[in-house]
Design a protein around this ligand. Structure first.
Ligand code: FAD
Length: 370
């Protein structure tokens, strides 16, 4: 009989293990923390400084649930805990990275605090007389407590293939609708001719909007603005992309002889993709209707957009927060079972908020078990 079994040795599982002496990690892959190594482009943006109300606007899910968990373990606590393992923070406009710029150092530090790790894939979980039985692909493990930290279904090559949802279902949990999040967008029509162009954009759907840096791709748009906006989409939806404003009458006065694609306030390759044949005309030769259309294409390029599951860094949806006690992260469906990290129906913007969530939930669960 194990006291605490942690299902999944990713960010949340490793953090929980670093706080519960003697906890055993069950990891399906050949190594723990593979996604952690990729975070922040290999530098690991592990938290974001700010008060809980400031942080809250970057999360999607039940506000009261998220607030309670974040207050238990604030970014300074995460920095403090990692500091005890030799990780010094570097602050970049509130985004916190390890000072050595190496995500691997976080994984190594957490692994150094972990107990036993066993290899195997959990399949389901049941409650017997006063303990939990975790069924794996190679037999059953009995434990007094278990933390389900198997992640979502983004970047399955790192081990989080969505099998955690089946385990949660076997414990009686509801999984809310799953969608790719922190994902690049597929646009129709795409702006393929402008592939690789960087732009500052505002993406809008109804009254929802996100502004920030973006990169045009062959199939659509990626970068922080697209990733943060991907939460706003369920399936394919009509949106507009603003690349700024263009005052065509002012341009006619100053640059009337220039081709539209060269005079527009965006890189020429992007202008050519936006305007098509019209971009080859001199500004002075545009008709009134073309002038209006050109202004509109810059300030509100209409497209239908869908979040791409290939390249999604996170999953929106997950185990319903109605079925988890935010004070402890214990399942309301199966006593003794706790949940942490991406598997829960809470997701976040770019900027260290996802790992803050993984660590805060892991802390809350481990504190309750301890
Ligand atoms: C490319 C990329 C960059 C990112 N950068 C950042 C960043 O800079 N800052 C930030 O805050 N967030 C970032 N994120 C998001 C962040 O990595 C995740 O939010 C975080 O890893 C979630 O932690 P987790 O422990 O819940 O899941 P994971 O880290 O995915 O870990 C889940 C673990 O469970 C294991 N597992 C799954 N199923 C089973 C099973 N059935 N049995 C046993 N083990 C199982 C998996 O093998 C895996 O090791 C990034 C994500 C990606 C993909």
């Amino acid at each position: 009989m194990i006291d605490t079994l942690i299902i999944g040795g990713g960010a949340a599982g490793l953090y929980a293990a670093s706080l519960i002496p003697g906890a055993v990690i069950l990891e399906r892959g050949c190594e723990c923390g593979r996604k952690l190594l990729l975070t922040g482009g290999g530098r690991c943006n592990y938290t974001h400084l700010g008060s809980v109300p400031d942080l809250l606007v970057h999360y999607h899910g039940s506000r009261s649930f998220i607030r309670k968990v974040l207050y238990r373990h604030v970014p300074e606590d995460i920095i403090g805990h990692l500091r005890t393992m030799g990780i010094e923070p570097a602050d970049e406009d509130g985004r916190i990275f390890p000072a050595n710029g190496d995500a691997a150092s976080i994984r190594t530090a957490l692994l150094g605090r972990c107990g036993k790790i066993i290899e195997g894939k959990a399949v389901s979980i049941g409650r017997l007389d006063g303990f939990l039985r975790i069924h794996t692909d190679s037999g059953a493990i009995d434990a007094r407590h278990a933390i389900l930290a198997a992640g979502g279904n983004a970047f399955p090559q790192t081990g989080s293939d969505g099998s955690g949802y089946a385990i949660a279902r076997s414990a009686g949990h509801t999984i809310t609708q799953l969608r790719p999040a922190l994902a690049p967008l597929i646009l129709s029509p795409p702006l393929a001719a402008a592939e690789g162009v960087n732009a500052y954009v505002t993406l809008r759907k109804g009254r929802l909007s996100v502004s920030g840096e973006a990169v045009i791709t062959r199939r659509g748009i990626s970068g922080p603005a697209a990733e943060d906006f991907s939460y706003c989409l369920s399936g394919r939806e009509d949106i507009t992309v603003s690349f700024g404003k263009m005052d065509i009458h002012a341009l006619r006065g100053t640059n009337g002889r220039m081709l539209l694609k060269n005079a527009a306030p965006v890189p020429p390759r992007l202008a050519a993709a936006l305007f098509g044949e019209m971009g080859e005309k001199r500004i002075a030769n545009l008709s009134g209707e073309e002038e209006r259309r050109a202004e509109k294409l810059i300030s509100a390029f209409p497209a239908s957009a869908a979040a791409s599951s290939a390249g999604a860094m996170s999953t929106a949806g997950g185990v319903s927060t109605d079925e988890i006690d935010p004070e402890t992260m214990e399942s309301r469906m199966m006593p003794g079972l706790f949940l942490a990290g991406d598997i829960v129906d809470v997701d976040a913007d770019c900027g260290g908020y996802s790992l803050t969530w993984a660590f805060a939930t892991a802390y809350t669960a481990s504190r309750s078990i301890r």
